[in-house]
Design a protein around this ligand. Structure first.
Ligand SMILES: [Zn+2]
Length: 541
């Protein structure tokens, strides 16, 4: 049978457990890799109808990136939101809010993200919002989406006042007289978020189509979606994905999960990890994981720690009690749904490992921990021992390095962001971005994992825990085959016979043979010349 397409040049197949698995060419038929090997071998199988993609000298082809952790809906919708992520000061941020209030008429909500009290040296407050958007409904996520700044009107809509008790796993920041100051930490943010009207399905759909194109442009061909940040007890978003899959509107392959508010509905509907959603083709749209939260974040000082923060400041927040994590994971596992748990501090990592351990053997997907920014050395080998995957986002270290050094002291570099140690201990490591908390571009994180340094730090800041640097090959594998492996997919993220023909062609500049730091920096800015999904060229520059 003739081939539909022949890609020849230097092709990294990621066959086997290590190495690039270079091949001279791959042949593609019916959307899958049919053969990989020498160009001469494959030439004999081509015929005049076979399309040929010949790589330029220096170019390489490799499996397309699969983002292990991207909130697709939130990322898609964030394009229209108030973006404070580059505002250098509180005053600059308030000017942005004022402009948004003039653009968007009341009674519409003003929603946005990106404030950072570390950058501004001060927490924003509802009083600040009142000055620039008086009487308006305002809801602004912090940079890490773990704290919310709400206006007085937004708090009134959520019935938050001086008499409101602290919600479980959350904190309402208050003035001396007990009145709320507008900042809601962790689970307290849900009080306001639940009041914001959800966008129409059609608006989400349009935004997702645009996002899909942007992802293909940076070389992302697959996404693991850990549920959207808004409440979705009836899993409407899964229905929307299924609709889009049916209409051929998914630009990339999606594994979509649910959060705990959607678990009952997912069980009722018989959704199982790895299985199709609705009538979808499971290779394009499959059920992902149940996403739970063990703790908060480093930046909000709510990551759960075994030892207190340096200089006092407590041990953070276990946002879901460990017993509840375990019982939810067990309930999901009984229904065929595997669990992933957000765990940033070392106490959260330990609690999350304990919670998923009893379910690991029977799970369809590998149970996963998400983020793992601080991990006690004793817990590293438990990942491989239990069969739990480590899903991490190298790019978080770009913003976190200074805070981690300050808040975690000596622990920061011995136990923080220890991707090499996890690999050395046999863990399956998967890379992702965590957009919309950070941009969708996977490449700065892939480079950072190799360099342990980011260009934005300047040369005077030394690399962070340089002994934890991975090789370029390990970094690329973690962003492709590592991600697929967490779904127990043996063919995804590779270009071996039977693999989906999902690949990218990268230009000459970053040569894959260059594992040195000086060349790894070039990978932070790389852009594919071509992105192929299912054997179709989906993007070409
Ligand atoms: Zn996330």
């Amino acid at each position: 049978m003739p081939l539909d397409m022949l890609v020849s040049g230097r092709v990294a197949t990621f066959a086997g457990d290590a190495g690039f698995g270079w091949a001279e060419a791959i042949g593609i038929r019916d959307g899958k890799v049919a053969f990989a090997g020498s160009a001469v071998d494959l030439e004999s199988r081509a015929d005049p109808h076979t399309r040929r993609i010949e790589l330029e000298p220096g170019e390489i082809a490799l499996p397309g990136i699969i983002d292990a952790h991207i909130h697709l809906v939130d990322t898609a919708l964030a394009v229209d939101h108030v973006d404070l992520s580059t505002a250098p000061t509180l005053e600059a941020a308030m000017a942005i809010v004022r402009a948004a209030a003039e653009r968007v008429a009341a009674p519409e909500w003003l929603v946005g993200f990106g404030w950072d009290q570390r950058r501004w040296g001060v927490y924003p407050s509802a009083d600040d919002l009142e000055r620039v958007a008086p009487g308006r409904l305002v809801s602004l996520w912090s940079f890490d989406h773990h704290s919310l700044l709400a206006s007085r009107a937004a708090m009134a809509a959520a019935s938050i006042d001086a008499s409101t008790p602290e919600p479980a796993g959350g904190v309402i920041r208050r003035a001396a007289d007990g009145s709320p100051d507008g900042v809601l930490l962790e689970n307290a943010s849900g009080l306001v978020i639940d009041q914001i009207p959800q966008p129409e399905a059609e608006d989400i759909r349009r935004a997702l189509i645009v996002l899909g194109r942007r992802l293909l442009e940076v070389g992302v061909v697959g996404a693991h979606e850990p549920g959207s940040l808004a409440a979705d007890p009836s899993n409407r978003i899964l229905d929307l994905y299924a609709d889009m899959a049916g209409a051929g509107e998914l630009a990339l392959r999606i594994r979509a999960g649910v959060q705990d508010d959607g678990l009952d509905n997912a069980i009722e509907r018989g959704l199982r990890s790895g299985a199709a959603i609705g009538g979808s083709d499971a290779t394009w749209l499959a059920m992902g994981w149940l996403k739970l939260f063990a703790d908060g974040t480093l930046g909000s000082r709510t990551a759960a720690l075994l030892e207190p923060l340096e200089g006092g400041g407590g041990t953070g927040i276990l946002t879901t009690p460990p017993e509840a994590l375990a019982s939810l994971a067990a309930r999901a596992a009984d229904a065929g749904i595997t669990t992933q748990i957000h765990a940033i501090g070392d106490a959260a990592v330990r609690a999350a490992l304990d919670a998923v351990a009893p379910t690991a053997g029977a799970a369809t997907h590998m149970p996963r921990l998400e983020h793992i920014q601080l991990c006690h050395p004793d817990d590293r080998r438990r990942f491989a021992g239990l069969g739990v995957a480590a899903s991490v986002q190298p790019i978080h270290l770009r913003e976190d390095a200074a805070t981690a050094r300050r808040d975690w002291g000596a622990r920061a570099e011995s136990g923080g962001y220890t991707w090499k140690s996890l690999l050395d201990a046999g863990a399956v490591v998967a890379f992702g971005t965590d957009a919309p908390v950070v941009p969708i571009d996977p490449w700065p994180g892939i480079a950072l994992a190799v360099l342990r340094h980011d260009p934005t730090w300047g040369t005077e800041v030394p690399p962070y825990g340089p002994h934890e640097a991975v090789t370029l090959e390990q970094s690329l594998r973690a962003a492709t085959v590592g991600v697929a492996t967490t779904a127990r997919d043996r063919l995804g993220g590779r270009l071996v016979p039977g693999s989906p023909a999902d690949l990218i062609v990268l230009p000459a500049a970053p040569r894959a043979s260059d594992d040195g730091a000086e060349r790894a920096a070039a990978w932070a800015e790389v852009r594919p010349r071509l992105t192929m999904v299912g054997g179709e060229v989906a993007f070409e520059r």
